[in-house]
Ligand binder design. Structure first.
Ligand SMILES: CC(C)(COP(=O)(O)OP(=O)(O)OC[C@H]1O[C@@H](n2cnc3c(N)ncnc32)[C@H](O)[C@@H]1OP(=O)(O)O)[C@@H](O)C(=O)NCCC(=O)NCCS
Length: 127
């Protein structure tokens, strides 16, 4: 397997809090899937977890080399975390097409949040 892409992103939790506070449910739906929202809402403070997912989506868009353009959008980059496991990415639509066009077959994701910041790192691999 060879590395086909890497991406990293850092997000201020307060920025996500302000965006969601200002634009509410419409913004939540634009950024996050129902499963992501359900997971984060189970937490005592959902905001660091939402910020980490926002960072993961931006990091994934960088690993794809598109950023949030060429049809790649936040909801097409989904963070899977059933609970207590290594988080994973699932690509949908244009993001999946780009993932496959790059020859990728595997992705790796790491998340962290502390001190008001969330960071995500993504590595894409392919044969
Ligand atoms: C690519 C993208 C994800 C970068 O995110 P950002 O938060 O603006 O900027 P960051 O500081 O995290 O990253 C900047 C670096 O990304 C890199 N970058 C830019 N486009 C890139 C791409 N297509 N692929 C990989 N990396 C890219 C740049 O090298 C840049 O560093 P530089 O300006 O010093 O060269 C951004 O262009 C984007 O599409 N953001 C979505 C914005 C949005 O829709 N926000 C609304 C949400 S509420």
């Amino acid at each position: 397997m060879a590395v086909r892409g890497i991406g990293i992103d850092v997000v201020k939790v307060e920025r996500i809090s302000q965006s969601l506070g200002r634009f509410g449910a419409r913004m939540e739906k634009r950024l996050f899937t129902a499963d992501e929202l359900a997971y984060c809402r189970r937490m005592k403070d959902p905001l660091p977890h939402l910020a980490a997912r926002f960072a993961a989506k931006e990091a994934a868009s960088k690993a794809l080399g598109t950023g949030m353009s060429a049809g790649v959008a936040f909801r097409l980059l989904e963070v899977l975390q059933p609970g207590g496991q290594q988080p994973r990415l699932r690509f949908h639509g244009a993001a999946l097409e780009r993932f496959e066009a790059l020859g990728c077959s595997l992705s790796h994701l790491s998340l962290t949040h502390d001190g008001g910041f969330a960071i995500a790192c993504v590595v894409l691999e392919g044969a």
